[in-house]
Design a protein around this ligand. Structure first.
Ligand code: AHM
Ligand code: MG
Length: 341
C-alpha cells in the first residue's frame, strides 16, 4: 500500500460521512503533521488493543468472576480489585510487545519497568498509565476508565524512574478510555482532541467527534462535596458562591467519567487538598498530566492550586497533586479565589 494514502479500513456507511478507525486516523495524522512516526501509531494501537480486552472483561463483569477485591495492596497501600490487576496485565502485555516502548510505569507497580534491559535502547517512548481509574465503581457498574500518557524516552537520566520524571508539557500524546454505556477513547496527540467509540460488532474504535472544544458558561461543578470542611477556605468560598448562583453538582467518583462530562458539557472538576491528602489525592504523572493535556487541547485550563499542572517538575512517579480543571471561565472562578485567599 502506498504510504501517502489512507488505509482501506476507513469505511463509508452513512451518506457522505467517512467512518474512520483510530488506526487510520493516526496514519493520516502522521502524514498531516509529520510529527510522530509509524512506531508511535503502533504504541497507540497497543493501548487500543488493551482497551478492547479490558472493555470485554468489564462488560461481562460478574459473569466471568472478574469483580471483587484481591487480598493484595498496590504500592499506594490501596486494596487491589481483580479488574485493577487484569487491566494492568493487559496493558503491560500489549505494550511490552511493541518495539516503540522503552519504559512503562503504572499506578499498580512500584517502579517503572524497563521493557528492554538496556536503558540506552533505541525505543523512543515512555508510557505511563492508570490501568483502571475509579476502582470503587467496579462492583456497582459505575463508570471506570484507563488513563494514559506518552512521553519521549530522552535518555538524559540513568534510571527508568529518572526518564519518566518529565514535565507534562513534554507529553507527545495523552488520553483515556471510559468504560461506560459505550467504550469511548479520547485522544490528543497535540493537535486537538478526538473521540472514538468502540463498535463492538466491528471490533474497532471509530472516530465520532473531532476537535472537541469545552463549552463555556456551564454552571456545574464536580467535586466530592462531603470533604468540603477539610478543603482550604478559597475552595469552600467558591462552592458557597456556586450554591447561591444555582450551580448543579455532578460527581461520578471516577476521574475519567467526571472529566469526560466536563469535556463535553463544560463546568469545572476539582480535587482539592484535604486534611487526609494535603497534597491532593490524584496522581500527577498518569492522572493529572494526561487529563490536563486533553483539557488544554480542548481550550480549557488545568491547575494544581495556582500552578499550571503541565509545568510541575515531578519528583516521584506516584507523586500526588491537587486538581482544578475545566473551561477557562469556570476554572478562573476558583483560581482567582486561590490567588487572593
Ligand atoms: P483510583 O485511581 O485508585 O481509582 O483513585 C482515583 C479516583 C479518581 O478517579 C476519583 O476522582 C477519585 O479517586 C475519587 O476519590 P474520592 O472517593 O476520594 O472522591
Ligand atoms: Mg485513578
Amino acid at each position: 500500500m502506498p504510504t501517502n494514502q489512507l488505509p482501506t479500513d476507513s469505511i463509508r456507511l452513512i451518506g457522505n460521512e467517512n467512518l474512520t478507525t483510530i488506526q487510520s486516523y493516526l496514519l493520516a495524522e502522521d502524514q498531516r503533521h509529520a510529527s510522530e512516526t509509524e512506531t508511535f501509531t503502533w504504541v497507540l494501537s497497543a493501548i487500543s488493543l488493551a482497551a478492547k480486552f479490558i472493555a470485554a472483561k468489564v462488560r461481562r463483569g460478574a459473569l466471568v468472576d472478574v469483580l471483587g477485591s484481591m487480598e493484595t495492596e498496590n504500592v499506594q497501600g490501596e486494596i487491589q480489585q481483580r479488574l485493577d490487576v487484569i487491566a494492568n496485565e493487559a496493558l503491560l502485555r500489549c505494550l511490552g510487545r511493541r518495539s516503540g516502548v522503552a519504559i512503562v510505569a503504572s499506578e499498580e507497580n512500584e517502579k517503572p519497568l524497563l521493557v528492554e534491559s538496556n536503558m540506552n535502547s533505541e525505543r523512543p517512548y515512555v508510557v505511563l498509565f492508570d490501568p483502571l481509574d475509579g476502582s470503587s465503581n467496579i462492583d456497582v457498574c459505575g463508570g471506570i476508565g484507563t488513563i494514559f500518557s506518552i512521553l519521549r524516552h530522552d535518555r538524559r537520566a540513568d534510571s527508568p524512574e529518572g526518564s519518566v520524571l518529565q514535565q507534562g508539557i513534554h507529553q507527545c500524546a495523552a488520553g483515556y478510555v471510559l468504560y461506560g454505556p459505550q467504550t469511548t477513547l479520547v485522544l490528543t496527540t497535540g493537535h486537538g482532541v478526538q473521540m472514538f467509540v468502540l463498535d463492538p460488532e466491528v471490533g474497532q474504535f471509530l472516530l465520532v467527534n473531532e476537535n472537541i472544544r469545552i463549552p463555556e458558561g456551564t454552571k456545574s461543578y464536580s467535586v466530592n462535596e462531603a470533604y468540603t470542611d477539610s478543603f482550604p477556605k478559597p475552595y469552600q468560598d467558591y462552592l458557597k458562591w456556586a450554591h447561591g448562583e444555582g450551580y448543579s453538582s455532578r460527581y461520578a467518583g471516577a476521574m475519567v467519567a467526571d472529566v469526560h462530562r466536563i469535556l463535553l458539557k463544560g463546568g469545572v472538576f476539582l480535587y482539592p487538598p484535604t486534611e487526609k491528602s494535603p497534597n491532593g489525592k490524584l496522581r500527577l504523572m498518569y492522572e493529572a498530566n494526561p487529563m490536563a493535556m486533553i483539557i488544554e487541547q480542548a481550550g480549557g485550563v488545568a491547575y494544581a492550586g495556582t500552578k499550571r499542572i503541565l509545568e510541575i517538575d515531578p519528583s516521584a512517579v506516584h507523586e500526588r497533586c491537587s486538581v482544578v480543571l475545566g473551561s477557562k471561565e469556570e476554572v478562573e472562578k476558583v483560581t482567582s479565589r486561590l490567588q487572593h485567599g
